[in-house]
Design a protein around this ligand. Structure first.
Ligand SMILES: Cc1cc2nc3c(=O)[nH]c(=O)nc-3n(C[C@H](O)[C@H](O)[C@H](O)COP(=O)(O)OP(=O)(O)OC[C@H]3O[C@@H](n4cnc5c(N)ncnc54)[C@H](O)[C@@H]3O)c2cc1C
Length: 438
C-alpha cells in the first residue's frame, strides 16, 4: 500500500496536452479529481502534428456528441491505396457510403482539435497550464521501490498522488525515471506534413466529393524514394493535409533528407495535380512511434502511468496510420485505473498495474496485439521499390494497344515478373507475411 497522507498540490498532474493527456485529464476531472494539465507549447495543439485521420469510436465514448461539437473537417467515405512509380501509379479506390453511417473516421487539424479538447478540460475543472515545460518528475524511495510524487518545471516543484506522462513519442519523462528504454531507430519514423489551402469547391471537384465527405490517400512507392514508409493525403474542408512518414533507420541508411522526400512527393505529377494553385499554410516535422506492440514495454510504476505515443501506442498497417484513437483508448484506461487507485488510497506500482490490464482488455490493447507482426512485415524493402513497378508493367501490357497482336495473360505476367525482378517465391512469402500481419 503506497499513500502519502499529506495533501499534494493536485491529485493528478498530466504532462502534455495532446490527445492522450487532455482526454485523461478530462476523464479524471469528471470523476471529481483535482487535475493539473501542463503543456510546453504556448497553446495546446501548437506543437502537435498528425496526418489527420481520426477513427472516432474511442473519442465518442468520451464525448458522445463529438461529431457535432468538435472541430472536425470531413467524414471519410473514400479511401485510396496507391502504388506510386516515377511515371505511373496503380490504385485501389474504395468508396462506401456505409462509412458515413455511422461515421467511422474524420479528418481533423490538431491546432483546432487540441484547443477544443483543452477547453473541455477547463470547463470540467482541470487547471490547464500552457507554456510550461516539465523538466523532470519528483521521486521518493519507498519500501515498494521508486515512487513518483510530482513534477519539476524550472524552479517550481508540484506534488501529486499520480503523474500521467502523455508527453508524446519521445517521452523523456518515462525514460528519465528508467521506466522505458530509448527506442531503437527502426522503431521510430519521422513524419513531415504540410497543410495546403485550396477553395472548398476545388477540393470537392478534384477529389470527387460532395458535402462534408472526405477522401484519404495511402501511398507507397516513389513517394518515399525507396525509403521504408509511405505518403498520405487527406482532404479537410478548405485544405489538404499531405505528408510522408519515413522509417528513421532506413532514412539514415539511404542518406536521404526527410524534407527533400516530402518535396519530391508534393511535386510528383499524381499529387501535384490535386494541389495545383494551393498555398502552403502549415508545415512541420514530428517523430512517430512505429515499433508496434514490441515497443510498448513498461507503462506504469509507483505514482506514474504512461499514455498515448509516450507508451508506444501507434499502429501503422501500411493502409492506415492510427495513433490518436489509441491515445484516447489508453487515456480512458489510465483515468479509470488512476481514479480507482486514488479512491482506494493506494497509488503504488501494484495498484496502478490495473492500467495495463484495462488497456489490454480494451480495443486499443487488442489491436496492438493483433498487428504485432506488422512492423516486421513493413521492413520488407520490396514493398516500397518493386511492387508498384510490377503492377504498372502488367497494366501497361493490358491497356497499351500498340498495334502488335495481344499476348496471353500468363506471358504478360511472366514478362512483367522477370523485368520487375520480383521472384514468385518472394511474392508468395510477402503475401503470406502480409496476410499474417493483418
Ligand atoms: C506525420 C504524422 C502523421 C500521422 N497520421 C496520423 C493519422 O492520420 N491518424 C492518427 O490517428 N494518428 C496519426 N499520427 C499519430 C498521432 O499524431 C499520434 O499518435 C498522436 O498525436 C498521439 O497523441 P499523444 O497525445 O500521445 O501525443 P502528442 O500529440 O505528441 O502530444 C504530446 C504533448 O505533450 C507535450 N509535451 C511533451 N513534452 C512535454 C514536457 N516535458 N512538458 C510539457 N508538455 C510536454 C507536447 O507539446 C504535446 O502537446 C501521425 C503522426 C505523424 C507525425
Amino acid at each position: 500500500m503506497t499513500w502519502k497522507t499529506e495533501e499534494p498540490d493536485f491529485e493528478v498532474i498530466v504532462i502534455g496536452a495532446g490527445v492522450a493527456g487532455s482526454v485523461a485529464a478530462y476523464q479524471l476531472a469528471k470523476q471529481g479529481r483535482s487535475v493539473l494539465l501542463i503543456e510546453r507549447g504556448e497553446a495546446p495543439g501548437s506543437k502537435n502534428l498528425s496526418g489527420g485521420i481520426l477513427y472516432c469510436n474511442e473519442m465518442e465514448k468520451v464525448f458522445p456528441d463529438f461529431l457535432n461539437q468538435a472541430p472536425i473537417e470531413r467524414r471519410i467515405t473514400r479511401n485510396y491505396v496507391s502504388f506510386l512509380n516515377q511515371d505511373s501509379s496503380f490504385a485501389i479506390d474504395y468508396q462506401d457510403t456505409r462509412l458515413a453511417h455511422p461515421v467511422n473516421a474524420v479528418t481533423v487539424l490538431r491546432a483546432k482539435l487540441d484547443a477544443w479538447l483543452a477547453d473541455q478540460c477547463t470547463d470540467t475543472g482541470v487547471m490547464v497550464m500552457p507554456g510550461v515545460r516539465v523538466d523532470a518528475v519528483l521521486t521518493e524511495t519507498t519500501d515498494d521501490g521508486t515512487q513518483v510524487v510530482g513534477v519539476q518545471a524550472g524552479e517550481d516543484k508540484l506534488t501529486a498522488h499520480v503523474v500521467i506522462a502523455a508527453d508524446g513519442a519521445n517521452s523523456f519523462i518515462s525514460r528519465a525515471v528508467g521506466l522505458r528504454p530509448k527506442p531503437k531507430q527502426n522503431q521510430m519514423a519521422v513524419g513531415v506534413k504540410g497543410v495546403i489551402s485550396l477553395p472548398r469547391r476545388t477540393i470537392e471537384d478534384r477529389f470527387s466529393l460532395s458535402g462534408d465527405q472526405g477522401a484519404a490517400f495511402a501511398v507507397v512507392g516513389d513517394c518515399t524514394q525507396g525509403v521504408g514508409g509511405g505518403g498520405f493525403c487527406y482532404t479537410n474542408l478548405d485544405s489538404v493535409s499531405i505528408g510522408v512518414v519515413l522509417r528513421l533507420d532506413d532514412l539514415v541508411a539511404k542518406k536521404k533528407a526527410a524534407t527533400r522526400v516530402f518535396d519530391h512527393f508534393l511535386s510528383h505529377p499524381l499529387m501535384a495535380a490535386y494541389l495545383e494553385g494551393g498555398e502552403l499554410r502549415e508545415y512541420g516535422c514530428h517523430l512517430v512511434a512505429e515499433g508496434g506492440l514490441d515497443m510498448v514495454g513498461d507503462i506504469h510504476m509507483g505514482g506514474l502511468v504512461v499514455v498515448g505515443d509516450a507508451a508506444g501506442l501507434t499502429l501503422n498497417t501500411g493502409l492506415t496510420v492510427r495513433g490518436m484513437d489509441l491515445a484516447v483508448g489508453s487515456a480512458i484506461a489510465a483515468a479509470k485505473a488512476v481514479g480507482t487507485a486514488i479512491e482506494r488510497q493506494d497509488v503504488g506500482a501494484q495498484a496502478l498495474s490495473v492500467y495495463r490490464d484495462l488497456l489490454f482488455a480494451s480495443t486499443t490493447g487488442k489491436d496492438m496485439e493483433r498487428f504485432a507482426r506488422m512492423p516486421e512485415f513493413l521492413e520488407r524493402e520490396r514493398l516500397y521499390s518493386k511492387y508498384g513497378d510490377l503492377l504498372a508493367r502488367i497494366m501497361h501490357h493490358i491497356f497499351n494497344h500498340d498495334g502488335t497482336p495481344r499476348e496471353p495473360a500468363v506471358k504478360v505476367a511472366a514478362n512483367a515478373f522477370s523485368r520487375s525482378k520480383v521472384k514468385i517465391g518472394q511474392l508468395l512469402s510477402d503475401g503470406l507475411a502480409g496476410v499474417r500481419a493483418l
